[in-house]
Design a protein around this ligand. Structure first.
Ligand SMILES: [Mn+2]
Length: 227
Protein backbone atom coordinates (compact mmCIF):
# COMPACT_ATOMS: atom_id res chain seq x y z
CA UNK A 1 0.00 0.00 0.00
CA UNK A 2 2.86 2.36 0.86
CA UNK A 3 4.46 1.84 -2.54
CA UNK A 4 1.08 2.40 -4.22
CA UNK A 5 0.36 5.59 -2.29
CA UNK A 6 3.76 6.92 -3.41
CA UNK A 7 2.77 6.70 -7.10
CA UNK A 8 2.62 9.90 -9.13
CA UNK A 9 0.39 8.29 -11.77
CA UNK A 10 -3.39 8.29 -11.41
CA UNK A 11 -5.16 5.15 -10.26
CA UNK A 12 -8.41 3.86 -8.79
CA UNK A 13 -7.93 1.39 -5.93
CA UNK A 14 -10.35 -1.50 -5.51
CA UNK A 15 -9.48 -3.72 -2.56
CA UNK A 16 -10.71 -7.30 -2.73
CA UNK A 17 -10.67 -8.49 0.87
CA UNK A 18 -11.26 -12.21 1.23
CA UNK A 19 -10.44 -12.47 4.92
CA UNK A 20 -14.11 -13.39 5.53
CA UNK A 21 -13.97 -16.08 2.84
CA UNK A 22 -16.54 -14.47 0.51
CA UNK A 23 -14.97 -16.05 -2.58
CA UNK A 24 -13.68 -19.54 -3.13
CA UNK A 25 -11.44 -18.76 -6.10
CA UNK A 26 -9.19 -15.94 -7.20
CA UNK A 27 -10.99 -15.86 -10.56
CA UNK A 28 -14.38 -15.10 -8.96
CA UNK A 29 -12.90 -12.56 -6.52
CA UNK A 30 -11.04 -10.68 -9.25
CA UNK A 31 -13.96 -10.72 -11.68
CA UNK A 32 -15.98 -9.10 -8.90
CA UNK A 33 -13.25 -6.53 -8.31
CA UNK A 34 -13.11 -5.64 -12.00
CA UNK A 35 -16.84 -5.18 -12.39
CA UNK A 36 -17.08 -1.50 -11.51
CA UNK A 37 -13.50 -0.43 -12.26
CA UNK A 38 -13.44 2.67 -14.44
CA UNK A 39 -9.97 2.80 -16.01
CA UNK A 40 -8.75 1.79 -19.48
CA UNK A 41 -6.36 -0.74 -17.97
CA UNK A 42 -7.24 -3.19 -15.19
CA UNK A 43 -4.29 -4.22 -13.06
CA UNK A 44 -4.74 -7.24 -10.80
CA UNK A 45 -1.96 -7.27 -8.26
CA UNK A 46 -1.20 -9.33 -5.17
CA UNK A 47 -1.13 -7.69 -1.75
CA UNK A 48 2.48 -8.81 -1.33
CA UNK A 49 3.84 -6.90 -4.33
CA UNK A 50 5.87 -3.71 -3.98
CA UNK A 51 6.32 -1.05 -6.70
CA UNK A 52 9.89 0.12 -6.50
CA UNK A 53 9.65 3.73 -7.68
CA UNK A 54 7.06 6.51 -7.68
CA UNK A 55 6.94 6.60 -11.50
CA UNK A 56 6.19 2.87 -11.73
CA UNK A 57 2.50 3.29 -12.66
CA UNK A 58 3.19 6.03 -15.22
CA UNK A 59 5.90 3.90 -16.87
CA UNK A 60 3.58 0.92 -16.84
CA UNK A 61 0.76 2.89 -18.48
CA UNK A 62 3.12 4.24 -21.16
CA UNK A 63 4.49 0.76 -21.95
CA UNK A 64 1.02 -0.81 -22.10
CA UNK A 65 -0.34 2.00 -24.27
CA UNK A 66 2.55 1.58 -26.71
CA UNK A 67 2.19 -2.18 -27.12
CA UNK A 68 0.31 -3.17 -30.28
CA UNK A 69 -1.95 -6.22 -29.93
CA UNK A 70 -1.86 -6.15 -26.13
CA UNK A 71 -3.96 -8.90 -24.61
CA UNK A 72 -2.29 -8.89 -21.22
CA UNK A 73 0.92 -7.67 -19.62
CA UNK A 74 2.73 -8.59 -16.44
CA UNK A 75 6.05 -8.42 -14.62
CA UNK A 76 7.00 -12.10 -14.77
CA UNK A 77 6.22 -14.71 -17.38
CA UNK A 78 7.50 -17.71 -19.26
CA UNK A 79 7.97 -18.55 -22.90
CA UNK A 80 10.04 -21.18 -24.68
CA UNK A 81 13.33 -19.78 -23.37
CA UNK A 82 15.18 -21.46 -20.52
CA UNK A 83 14.73 -18.65 -18.03
CA UNK A 84 11.72 -16.89 -16.56
CA UNK A 85 11.23 -13.49 -18.23
CA UNK A 86 11.25 -10.88 -15.46
CA UNK A 87 13.06 -7.97 -13.89
CA UNK A 88 11.50 -8.43 -10.44
CA UNK A 89 12.74 -10.03 -7.25
CA UNK A 90 10.89 -12.49 -5.04
CA UNK A 91 11.53 -14.63 -1.91
CA UNK A 92 11.31 -13.65 1.71
CA UNK A 93 13.13 -12.64 3.93
CA UNK A 94 16.04 -12.27 1.50
CA UNK A 95 14.97 -10.94 -1.94
CA UNK A 96 16.33 -12.83 -4.91
CA UNK A 97 16.15 -12.01 -8.61
CA UNK A 98 13.60 -14.16 -10.41
CA UNK A 99 15.78 -14.27 -13.54
CA UNK A 100 19.54 -13.92 -14.12
CA UNK A 101 19.02 -11.71 -17.16
CA UNK A 102 17.15 -8.42 -17.24
CA UNK A 103 14.93 -7.57 -20.20
CA UNK A 104 15.33 -4.14 -21.76
CA UNK A 105 12.08 -4.03 -23.74
CA UNK A 106 8.52 -5.35 -23.64
CA UNK A 107 8.90 -9.09 -24.29
CA UNK A 108 6.46 -11.69 -25.60
CA UNK A 109 5.79 -14.76 -23.45
CA UNK A 110 3.31 -17.61 -23.43
CA UNK A 111 1.94 -17.09 -19.91
CA UNK A 112 2.11 -14.57 -17.07
CA UNK A 113 2.67 -15.05 -13.36
CA UNK A 114 -0.31 -14.28 -11.11
CA UNK A 115 1.54 -11.74 -8.93
CA UNK A 116 0.59 -8.94 -11.37
CA UNK A 117 -1.46 -8.96 -14.56
CA UNK A 118 -2.81 -6.04 -16.58
CA UNK A 119 -5.67 -6.47 -19.03
CA UNK A 120 -7.08 -3.59 -21.11
CA UNK A 121 -10.72 -2.93 -20.22
CA UNK A 122 -11.94 -3.69 -23.75
CA UNK A 123 -10.15 -7.05 -23.68
CA UNK A 124 -11.45 -7.89 -20.21
CA UNK A 125 -15.00 -7.20 -21.36
CA UNK A 126 -14.55 -10.08 -23.82
CA UNK A 127 -12.51 -12.42 -21.58
CA UNK A 128 -13.12 -12.68 -17.82
CA UNK A 129 -11.09 -14.88 -15.51
CA UNK A 130 -12.43 -18.40 -15.97
CA UNK A 131 -14.17 -19.34 -12.70
CA UNK A 132 -15.01 -22.85 -13.90
CA UNK A 133 -11.47 -23.82 -14.94
CA UNK A 134 -9.60 -21.89 -12.23
CA UNK A 135 -11.22 -23.29 -9.13
CA UNK A 136 -8.45 -22.36 -6.70
CA UNK A 137 -6.05 -19.47 -6.05
CA UNK A 138 -3.69 -20.61 -8.80
CA UNK A 139 -3.18 -20.26 -12.54
CA UNK A 140 -5.89 -17.71 -13.38
CA UNK A 141 -3.33 -15.56 -15.22
CA UNK A 142 -1.88 -18.60 -17.00
CA UNK A 143 -5.33 -19.58 -18.22
CA UNK A 144 -6.14 -15.99 -19.25
CA UNK A 145 -2.82 -15.80 -21.17
CA UNK A 146 -3.56 -18.98 -23.13
CA UNK A 147 -7.11 -17.84 -23.92
CA UNK A 148 -5.83 -14.49 -25.22
CA UNK A 149 -3.22 -16.20 -27.43
CA UNK A 150 -5.92 -18.48 -28.82
CA UNK A 151 -7.81 -15.35 -29.81
CA UNK A 152 -4.93 -13.69 -31.62
CA UNK A 153 -3.89 -11.30 -28.83
CA UNK A 154 -0.37 -10.93 -27.40
CA UNK A 155 0.91 -11.65 -23.89
CA UNK A 156 3.87 -9.56 -22.69
CA UNK A 157 6.25 -8.99 -19.80
CA UNK A 158 7.07 -5.34 -19.10
CA UNK A 159 10.69 -4.40 -18.30
CA UNK A 160 9.75 -3.07 -14.84
CA UNK A 161 11.29 -3.82 -11.44
CA UNK A 162 9.36 -4.81 -8.32
CA UNK A 163 9.39 -7.13 -5.34
CA UNK A 164 6.98 -10.02 -4.84
CA UNK A 165 7.32 -11.00 -1.19
CA UNK A 166 6.59 -14.66 -1.81
CA UNK A 167 8.42 -17.95 -1.53
CA UNK A 168 6.37 -19.57 -4.29
CA UNK A 169 4.91 -22.59 -2.54
CA UNK A 170 2.35 -23.28 -5.30
CA UNK A 171 3.72 -26.70 -6.25
CA UNK A 172 3.23 -27.89 -2.65
CA UNK A 173 -0.50 -27.27 -2.90
CA UNK A 174 -2.88 -29.99 -4.04
CA UNK A 175 -5.31 -27.48 -5.52
CA UNK A 176 -2.57 -26.34 -7.92
CA UNK A 177 -2.65 -29.76 -9.61
CA UNK A 178 -6.44 -29.88 -9.71
CA UNK A 179 -6.38 -26.52 -11.49
CA UNK A 180 -3.51 -27.26 -13.89
CA UNK A 181 -5.38 -30.44 -14.87
CA UNK A 182 -8.39 -28.34 -15.89
CA UNK A 183 -6.24 -25.71 -17.61
CA UNK A 184 -4.39 -28.33 -19.67
CA UNK A 185 -7.63 -30.05 -20.64
CA UNK A 186 -9.17 -26.74 -21.74
CA UNK A 187 -6.26 -25.71 -23.98
CA UNK A 188 -5.28 -29.17 -25.25
CA UNK A 189 -6.23 -28.41 -28.84
CA UNK A 190 -4.04 -25.30 -29.08
CA UNK A 191 -0.74 -26.05 -27.34
CA UNK A 192 1.64 -29.00 -26.92
CA UNK A 193 3.32 -27.53 -23.84
CA UNK A 194 2.39 -24.85 -21.34
CA UNK A 195 5.26 -22.85 -19.93
CA UNK A 196 4.57 -21.25 -16.53
CA UNK A 197 6.76 -19.50 -13.97
CA UNK A 198 6.23 -22.59 -11.77
CA UNK A 199 7.32 -25.05 -14.43
CA UNK A 200 6.58 -26.48 -17.86
CA UNK A 201 3.67 -28.86 -18.40
CA UNK A 202 3.26 -31.21 -21.31
CA UNK A 203 -0.21 -31.77 -22.69
CA UNK A 204 0.86 -35.12 -24.09
CA UNK A 205 2.33 -36.80 -20.97
CA UNK A 206 0.15 -37.97 -18.05
CA UNK A 207 -0.09 -35.29 -15.36
CA UNK A 208 0.34 -37.83 -12.56
CA UNK A 209 3.84 -38.69 -13.81
CA UNK A 210 4.81 -35.03 -14.13
CA UNK A 211 3.55 -34.40 -10.60
CA UNK A 212 5.38 -37.44 -9.19
CA UNK A 213 8.64 -36.15 -10.63
CA UNK A 214 8.17 -32.75 -8.91
CA UNK A 215 7.29 -34.36 -5.56
CA UNK A 216 10.39 -36.54 -5.84
CA UNK A 217 12.61 -33.51 -6.57
CA UNK A 218 11.06 -31.54 -3.67
CA UNK A 219 11.66 -34.53 -1.39
CA UNK A 220 15.31 -34.67 -2.45
CA UNK A 221 15.67 -30.93 -1.83
CA UNK A 222 14.26 -31.30 1.68
CA UNK A 223 16.65 -34.18 2.27
CA UNK A 224 19.58 -32.01 1.17
CA UNK A 225 18.40 -29.21 3.49
CA UNK A 226 18.64 -31.62 6.42
CA UNK A 227 22.13 -32.69 5.41
MN1 LIG B 1 1.75 -13.10 -3.85
Amino acid sequence: MKSLEAQRGKYELIIVDNSMGNWNSAASALNWGARDAKGDFLMFVHQDFEFESSDWLSNCERLCGGTVGLGAAGVAGKGEGKEIVSNIKDRWPIPKRVSQTDIKAVTKVQTLDECLIIVPREVFDRFHFDEVTCVSWHLYAVDMSLTLLENGLGVFVLPLPGYHRSNNQSLRSGSYYETIKRVLRKHKGSFAVVHTTCGTWSLRRPLIIQRAKILLLMGLMRYQDRE
